[in-house]
Design a binder for this molecule. Structure first.
Ligand code: PMP
Length: 420
């Protein structure tokens, strides 16, 4: 049987697939920042499984931990029973991540994916406050299930539900380089003024950098202002760090530079380390109010994912990785600045921060053309933003200098070929 044939996907797979169209190759092997298709073509990965592969593909440290675990018949599926792998993960997460950052959270496993942690956060915030409304922000993306979609600010994605999605109000996100104070005053007025018709919300939910929504990065001042608005009114602050977390912006949690202390934090994607499904909902202890069985599910915690996730936490025992991400981020920024100068045809502006940066092109379809050309040059990357106006650099955070340079060179070749 010839598996190197995209017609299998045309004939047998549902029409819902999307990345299959963006990257028309049949992938077979992957290591660190590289992938290979069945024809043996090599690709540099500036996509990182949409953020699930911050430590690259088949990361050697995690692979060895998994091999050992499976060789010893470690339990794979155990619902939410107590297991050694889960205990080790919880202890390591507390000791390596939470304690040094003075964060006090209970960890809950809401289900396998990002949308599960968002659903649990929305549900818990409503139970805690007894309120229904949730404030979300323009261009935010929080997942595809009904609750997560109801707080997602993307008209096309919302259409997937086919019905109006209630119980959430969308407000303008920061990062339109506007007047932060005026924006915050507007949010306050909107909530406090009965004339707005908006019910006092249970929670605000937001990303500090909007991964899907175009790499809009909120300022620290705006985040602090939003936190203050929440504190003054008993509204819960939910930070969705599913994409921006786990080192992507240069610190483990993306909100660290703002010095805020969210009530609930959503983590998934790279928390599993090896691309294995795992999601965490971090809850301030006073909001840990669910009785056993009020929120459960079959795949709440997957032991091989715990094993890989615990091995991944080793990277956070010192600041080597954080420093490296911060240094390399500057290289990415410099490179993107050069690109906007060298190729004015892009009509480009820089977006994002850390290892989630890109260029917004003020020419319709151009960012998508660059991403398509990049694929021809052996570089995997995607676009972001409501109009797909941003091409998005999303390499593994463990990429070495040579790998990063290789990817950037391929990207420049793609830009040149697109605009010339
Ligand atoms: N929140 C954010 C910020 C995301 O980027 C995503 C996925 N792109 C999700 C939630 C949903 O995660 P999942 O696709 O694993 O359900």
């Amino acid at each position: 049987m010839n598996f190197n044939d995209l017609s299998i996907f045309e004939n047998l797979e549902s029409e819902v697939r999307s990345y299959c169209r963006g990257f028309p190759a049949v992938f077979h092997k992957a290591k660190d920042h590289k992938l290979w298709d069945l024809d043996g073509n090599e690709y540099v990965d500036f996509f990182s499984g949409a953020g699930a592969l911050n430590y690259g593909h088949n990361n050697e440290k995690m692979k060895q931990a998994l091999i050992q675990y499976l060789t010893e018949d470690g339990i794979t599926h155990s619902l939410d029973m107590a297991s050694k792998a889960k205990a080790e993960f919880l202890q390591s997460f507390n000791d390596i991540i939470l304690k040094p950052r003075n964060l006090d959270y209970k960890t809950m496993f809401p289900g396998p994916t990002g949308t599960n942690t968002v659903e649990s956060a929305l549900k818990l915030a409503r139970k805690v406050t007894g309120r229904t409304n949730v404030i979300s922000f323009t261009n935010g993306f929080h997942g595809m299930t009904i609750g997560a979609l109801s707080v997602t600010g993307n008209a096309f994605k919302r259409q997937g539900a086919g019905i109006p999605l209630n119980h959430s109000v969308t407000m303008p996100y920061d990062a339109y380089n506007g007047d932060t104070k005026a924006q915050l005053d507007y949010v306050k007025q909107f909530i406090d003024d009965n004339g707005s018709g908006v019910d006092m919300p249970a929670a605000f939910i937001l990303e500090t950098v909007q991964g899907e929504g175009g790499l809009n990065a909120a300022s620290n001042e705006w985040l602090q202002g939003i936190e203050k608005i929440c504190r003054e009114r008993g509204i819960l602050l939910i930070i969705d760090d599913v994409q921006a977390g786990v080192g992507r912006t240069g610190t483990f949690f993306s909100f660290e530079p703002a010095g805020i202390n969210p009530d609930i934090v959503c983590l998934s994607k790279s928390i599993g380390g090896y691309g294995l499904p795992l999601a965490l909902t971090l809850i301030k202890p006073e909001y840990d109010i669910w009785a056993p069985g009020e929120h459960n599910g079959t795949f709440r915690g997957n032991n091989p994912a715990f094993v890989a996730a615990t091995a991944a936490l080793e990277y956070w025992k010192d600041d080597t990785l954080e420093k490296s991400v911060q240094e390399k981020s500057k290289k990415i920024t410099n490179f993107l600045q050069d690109m906007t100068k060298k190729y004015p045809e892009l009509r480009g502006s820089l977006k994002g921060r850390g290892f989630m940066q890109g260029i917004a092109c003020d020419v319709e379809g151009l960012a998508e053309d660059v991403a398509e050309k990049a694929f021809e040059k052996g570089l995997i990357m995607e676009t972001a933003g409501a109009e797909d106006e941003v091409f998005k650099l999303f390499p593994p955070i463990t990429i070495d200098d040579a790998g990063l340079e290789d990817g950037l060179n391929r990207l420049e070749a793609a830009i040149e070929a697109t605009v010339k």
